[in-house]
Design a binder for this molecule. Structure first.
Ligand code: GDP
Length: 458
């Protein structure tokens, strides 16, 4: 999901990676790209403006200049800003983060049964989502759930909820023909109390467009039942329309949160960003499929990671700065530039890769490497043991051999193979890998992990 935005931002960051320092010009260029990418992802213009301005302020200046990798630092800043935008409050940068975190979970406190009112346009996924959240609360929190359909216009919608209740093995309020939505809501609450239910879901009627009649009805139900949560379900595929819908509903109903459905089919992701920013409401859940298990509790960090499409970049930056000794990295880079990258250096690089979680872990984390990881996985994957084995081979060489691989003839290779418990073929592979890498590095004229990884990705 969100492939398009992720790819776009990925390209921006690829261009930044490997540069010496990040100038204001670089930042501006990156921001232009991010702006276009967000607009193309269908994020509302005012939201884009706020977002880009915020990043620009943070990116230009000390934070970036001081950092180890300017490109990665920008990635982290964008990532943090996305998290803020998805989970924090944009208008107030110092908004209480804890408050936002708490709000991402459903509030179920109060005397049971508590009511959860589900609102939204017809076809948004309201009924399905009611079933999904019911199952989630039952499974994860052992809650006793009663589902009630208030859609008096569509008997089929009522039956659909009944089927979902059966599938999820939760309670369902029997249908009594001729009752109004408000009557059903009252009956649901009293049956909920009698039956010892913890939570009653009130699945309201949807309309194809927002109208006063619909709003009056939902408003009356909300007044009567005093729901602890009033969730607006919106189809993320409808983009800016979903944002408009959220705004209109929010004007009339005391909404407590959003659920975005069809995230599995959303190539743009702008709806999530915009709806959050425009309404200020927390996104509580994401719908990720038609089935009852197609639900994810919303997590701003996770979604930001997905929007960037690069896995957890922040932790890469953090881990990289922990693991990579800056002076050592600079020394290695200098040697590479001069074409003096020897097997000792290769062993160190392999060690660093291991510390960072091996090739697999590393590539998941590297911006722009997601695609390559998929290709490698498709081809059978990289065995992280390999790194250890390659290192063992190098450690079986004498210091002289490591400095000057040309020394290694057949008898030496045999000795090294025996010493490391590998075959001569494998020794040859390591020597070949080193030769290819040093050739490549001479050509690149710069080195280090980023250069290496970049080359492997390109
Ligand atoms: P309602 O009219 O708002 O109650 O919408 P429904 O719950 O009946 O959903 C309409 C259609 O969307 C159904 O076919 C659902 O299976 C489908 N649907 C709901 N949520 C999702 C989702 O997260 N992903 C996908 N792919 N389909 C969904």
């Amino acid at each position: 999901m969100f492939d398009t935005l992720g790819d776009k931002l990925g390209n921006v960051f690829d261009n930044l990676t490997g540069r010496g320092a990040l100038s204001e010009k670089d930042v501006n260029a990156a921001m232009r790209e991010i702006r276009v990418a967000l607009l193309e992802a269908d994020v509302a213009l005012p939201v884009v403006k706020t977002f880009v301005e915020k990043i620009r302020r943070e990116a230009v200046g000390e934070k970036v200049i001081k950092s180890i990798k300017p490109g990665q630092m920008v990635v982290k800043i964008v990532n943090d800003a996305l998290i803020d935008m998805l989970g924090g409050t944009l208008s107030d940068e110092d908004a209480d983060k804890e408050e936002a975190a708490k709000a991402t979970h459903l509030n179920l406190s109060g005397r049971p049964p508590v009511a959860i009112l589900m609102a939204g346009l017809q076809g948004s996924g309201k009924t399905t989502t009611s079933g999904k959240i019911a199952l989630y609360l039952k499974k994860a929190f052992k809650k006793k759930i009663l589902l009630a359909s208030l859609d008096t216009n569509r008997p089929a919608a009522m039956e659909q909820l009944g089927m979902l209740a059966k599938q999820a093995d939760v309670g369902f309020l029997p249908i009594i023909k001729g009752q109004s939505a408000l009557e059903i809501a009252k009956r649901a609450m009293s049956e909920g109390a009698k039956g010892g239910y913890d939570v009653v879901f009130l699945d309201t009627a949807g309309r194809t467009t927002i109208n006063d009649e619909l709003m009056d009805e939902v408003e009356a139900i909300a007044k009567e039942t005093q729901p602890i949560e009033t969730l607006l379900v919106a189809d993320s595929l409808t983009g800016q329309d979903a944002v408009e819908t959220a705004k209109r509903f929010h004007e009339r109903l005391p909404l407590t949160g959003l659920v975005l459905t069809r995230i599995d089919g959303d190539g743009r992701g702008g709806a999530a960003l915009s709806m959050r920013a425009v309404t200020g409401l927390p996104i509580k859940f994401l719908g990720t499929g038609e089935k009852l298990d197609g639900l994810e509790a919303f997590d701003a960090e996770r979604l930001a990671g997905r929007i960037l499409g690069q896995g957890d970049i922040v932790s890469l930056v953090e881990r990289a700065s922990e693991v990579i000794d800056q002076k050592e990295a600079e020394r290695a880079a200098e040697k590479m530039r001069k074409g003096q990258f020897d097997l000792d250096d290769l062993a160190k690089q392999l060690g660093q890769m291991q510390k960072m979680g091996g090739m697999g872990g590393l590539m998941k984390l590297m911006p722009g490497m997601g695609k390559m990881k998929k290709q490698i996985d498709a081809a059978g994957g990289i065995d992280d043991h390999l790194l250890k084995q390659q290192q063992a081979i190098i450690f079986s060489m004498t210091p002289e051999e490591r400095r000057n691989p040309a020394l290694m003839k057949a008898s030496r290779k045999k000795r090294i193979a025996a010493g490391s418990g590998m075959s001569v073929q494998e020794v040859n592979k390591v020597i070949k890998m080193h030769r290819q890498m040093s050739d490549m590095m001479k050509k690149m004229g710069k080195g280090g992990m980023a250069g290496l990884m970049q080359q492997m990705g390109g």
